[in-house]
Design a protein around this ligand. Structure first.
Ligand SMILES: *Cc1c(COP(=O)(O)O)cnc(C)c1O
Length: 378
């Protein structure tokens, strides 16, 4: 069996182990400590945002954001349907109701037109949505100006799910910094990783203080243990924060490598009829291209479908994956309201994520290229 090429695998720089050793040497083996503080500071500087809370996961970051914004039973939360389930689960943790909004074709992210239509109809039905969760999928910035304008008009706060979009920018400003909150993920396959972890970011320092308080069991100031609120155990450990510190030192290189991968695929597919690659709509959009994604229109490829290509890769031990299955099609979320235009369903039917790790080498790329050449006889 040939060596496996992964969709997106962890890419260490070597310095991670030094920060972990420091934590061991000082016995800071706990969900707090100098690595956590430094990681938060470094991240705040990198993003040019006031405050960062390092947490156990992106999911816990989103959960805390919803709690701090007061989301509770039966509240409605607008969320992109085309995403990973972690964007939606925390809404249900709060016994609130997700309301799904479909994508537009240029960035594949939330359609501003449908968002506004959804807000109007929910208000007519008697309930104004409380929050918008805006996902920047595969690193591609959403149509942020338009979304923020609509959110402002109806005075609904925005949480940006930038789990896949660390290092991406819109008009030069980092994703995650446009909304009231942004969330990041450092899971194993993300742009940088701490093995598992996440962060909640905001320019509202008071909100981030609240997040740290809730993430450490909501303990009141007192010599004994006293609690006036329900708390969570959501803080990042000082060991994994050491990994994060070193990973953040190389984040720009990681983004560059992923963008080079995207260029590599663009060059291959530009001459192949019926295959289109997700591109930045114009120079306002700067994607980290966390994953390079394509659409295969089998009516134009002479019958070669997404599955044809996916299975050909699988045979060569190369991992690829269909695009996210929209949340409104998931059995667990079927019953919730949805505002659809057919875009995400089409993307799911014909789209494929290609190997996009920042650690792909030339040999990997040759193997990938030869599968594509064989399938498309080019
Ligand atoms: C990975 C991911 C998350 C969740 O992050 P975890 O750290 O795995 O909890 C949320 N949203 C999106 C879009 C993601 O890709």
């Amino acid at each position: 069996m040939k060596e496996k090429i992964w969709l997106s695998s962890p890419h260490m720089c070597g310095n991670e182990i030094n920060y972990i050793k420091e934590a061991f040497a000082d016995n800071w083996v706990a969900p707090l400590g100098p690595n956590v503080d430094r990681f938060e500071n470094d991240m705040a500087n990198y993003l040019n945002i006031k405050s960062v809370a390092a947490l156990a996961s992106g999911t816990s970051a989103l959960h805390l954001a919803l709690i701090i914004l007061g989301i509770k039973r039966d509240d409605e939360v607008l969320v992109s349907s085309f995403t990973f389930s972690a964007s939606v689960n925390p809404i249900v943790y709060q016994c609130a109701k997700p309301v799904f909004v479909d994508s537009e074709e240029e960035t594949w992210n939330m359609s501003p037109e449908l968002l506004e239509a959804a807000i109007k109809e929910r208000i007519e039905k008697g309930k104004k949505p409380k929050v918008i969760i805006l996902v920047h999928l595969y690193g591609m910035p959403s149509k942020i100006d338009k979304i923020m304008e609509i959110a402002g008009k109806y005075e609904i706060p925005v949480i940006e799910d930038a789990a896949e979009a660390l290092g991406s920018t819109y008009k030069g400003k980092k994703l995650g910094t446009f909304g009231t909150f942004g969330i990041l993920s450092f899971n194993g396959n993300k742009i940088i990783t701490t093995s598992g972890g996440g962060a909640l970011i905001s320019d509202n320092e008071d909100y981030i203080k609240q997040a740290r308080f809730l993430a450490t069991q909501a303990r009141d100031t007192a010599a004994h243990y006293q609690h006036s609120q329900i708390g969570y155990n959501y803080r990042m450990s000082n060991i994994v924060a050491g990994i994060g510190r070193a990973q953040l030192e190389v984040v720009n290189e990681r983004v560059e490598s992923r963008r080079n991968n995207h260029q590599f695929y663009s060059d291959i597919f530009k001459d192949i009829e019926g295959v289109s690659i997700l591109e930045e709509p114009n120079s306002d959009y700067y994607s980290n291209f966390w994953l390079t994604t394509i659409l295969i229109d089998e009516t134009k490829t002479g019958g070669i479908s997404r599955e044809t290509l996916r299975l050909a890769f699988e045979k060569e031990n190369i991992e690829t994956r269909p695009l996210w299955k929209p949340m409104h099609l998931q059995p667990v979320f079927e019953k919730y309201p949805k505002y659809l235009n057919g875009v995400s369903e089409k993307l799911f039917d014909i789209g494929l994520c290609l190997p996009s790790g920042s650690n792909l080498n030339n040999n990997d790329k040759q193997r990938i290229k030869s599968v594509i050449s064989d399938v498309f006889k080019k």
